[in-house]
Write a protein that binds this ligand. Structure first.
Ligand code: SIN
Ligand code: CO
Length: 384
């Protein structure tokens, strides 16, 4: 399923990035013409019954008491007809049509996108007014919802109506609209927002990832430690007599800082680290490992069938780096790429399904054969 192009109206991706991205919320009415839900509500409920898929139900009773239940769920009948919403994370890892909702946002690199969260809300259902730390695009699917979005405001207080539910106090909305199928809402980080369902409605939230500095430092340290890359010790062969034996001098501090930064400045090491870090999925992924390992002969056998497709598993995070060495990253795994394999690596990173003929053409080069068998054996690609 390919979703229709995003209808920007007066805007363009360039204007959007310059004027709105991380700055101002935006509602584009009918951004997607004739939009249809990429997953039916009963299938979404089915995903919420799976243990490895993160889901929750947020409900509010007539007294205004909030409740949060975490999946997996066995049945939904206790929740009744209104006042609740079911939220399922990373639906794009399980639903290929939902994964295709990422296509219109390819003007932002894939590593910056985390997942597509899908919510099904009954009348008056929602999670209450709150802030998120990440940018989000929300596509309104079937049904109608009232969305209010405000500006960041330090005067807002944090409320905890339930230990698992962080909300904020009432805010002044900049956007206050009823969204309908195909409308697109953009909410920058830390902008208070509240979506209250008017009727049964479905929302698709394209959530972004933005690592914190402490997450990056800590993962970089893990990378050094796991690979014993930080065992070299500080040395100071040019030391001069000190005036104060108790002072950690400015010069010493600078030398120590430069010593620490040396590894961050190592482009090959940094690319390995950042490619692996940014393509690691934060949610369970269905890898499709072949029963028997596929070698070059087996691949040639497979290619004697004319009508097969080579497919990536849904939701895979992929990237290429090329500053030091060309490397393809899939789900935190790295594959060194020779120059002649770059066209294949690019198709793998874009996650285009490959036809028998395409693969046959690539397969005439040994490096391509190795790359193909590698991604198939790791379960990132499979044969359909
Ligand atoms: C929802 O779809 O109910 C929640 C989306 C959000 O506010 O982040
Ligand atoms: Co939110």
């Amino acid at each position: 399923m390919t979703i229709a192009a995003l209808n920007w109206g007066e805007l363009s991706p360039e204007k959007f990035l310059a004027e709105y991205w991380q700055k101002k919320p935006l509602l584009i009415k009918q951004a997607f013409k004739n939009f249809e839900d990429t997953i039916p509500a009963d299938e979404l409920a089915g995903l919420a019954m799976e243990a490895e898929i993160e889901s929750r139900i947020v409900s509010v009773d007539n007294k205004g008491d909030w409740q949060v239940d975490h999946g997996p769920f066995e049945d939904f009948s206790q929740y009744g007809e209104e006042n609740w919403t079911l939220l399922v994370q990373a639906v794009n890892n399980w639903s290929r049509p939902t994964n295709s909702l990422l296509q219109p946002f390819a003007f932002i690199p894939r590593w910056r996108i985390d997942d597509v969260m899908v919510s099904f809300s009954t009348p008056n259902g929602g999670v209450g007014p709150h802030l998120d730390q990440y940018d989000v695009f929300i596509i309104q699917g079937s049904g109608k919802r009232r969305w209010q979005v405000g500006a960041p405001n330090k005067a807002l207080s944090t409320l905890l109506p339930h230990p698992d539910l962080k909300q904020v106090s009432a805010f002044e909305p900049l956007i206050d609209e009823i969204t309908e199928a195909g409308d697109l809402l953009y909410i920058p980080p830390n902008h208070p927002h509240n979506g209250v369902s008017i009727e049964n409605s479905v929302n698709f939230s394209i959530g972004f990832q933005a690592p914190s500095s402490q997450e990056l430092w800590s993962s970089f340290a893990d990378k050094l430690i796991d690979n014993n890359l930080g065992e070299l010790r500080f040395s100071d062969t040019a030391r001069k007599v000190t005036d104060s034996s108790t002072l950690i001098s400015k010069a010493d501090q600078q030398q120590l800082k430069a010593f620490m930064l040396e590894q961050l400045e190592d482009t090959a090491l940094f690319e390995q680290f950042i490619g692996q870090y940014l393509t690691q999925s934060h949610h369970a992924l269905e890898l499709l490992m072949p029963v028997n390992e596929i070698d070059a002969d087996k691949l040639a056998d497979i290619l004697s069938e004319p009508e097969i497709l080579f497919m990536p598993v849904s939701g895979l995070k992929a990237a290429i780096t090329s500053e030091a060495e060309i490397t393809l990253f899939l789900n935190g795994d790295s594959f060194p790429i020779d120059k002649q394999s770059l066209p294949l690596a690019e198709l793998l990173a874009e996650q285009s399904p490959l036809t028998t003929n395409q693969v046959k053409n690539f397969n005439s080069c040994l490096k391509n054969t190795q790359l193909l068998t590698n991604v198939l054996n790791k379960g990132y690609w499979y044969i359909e």
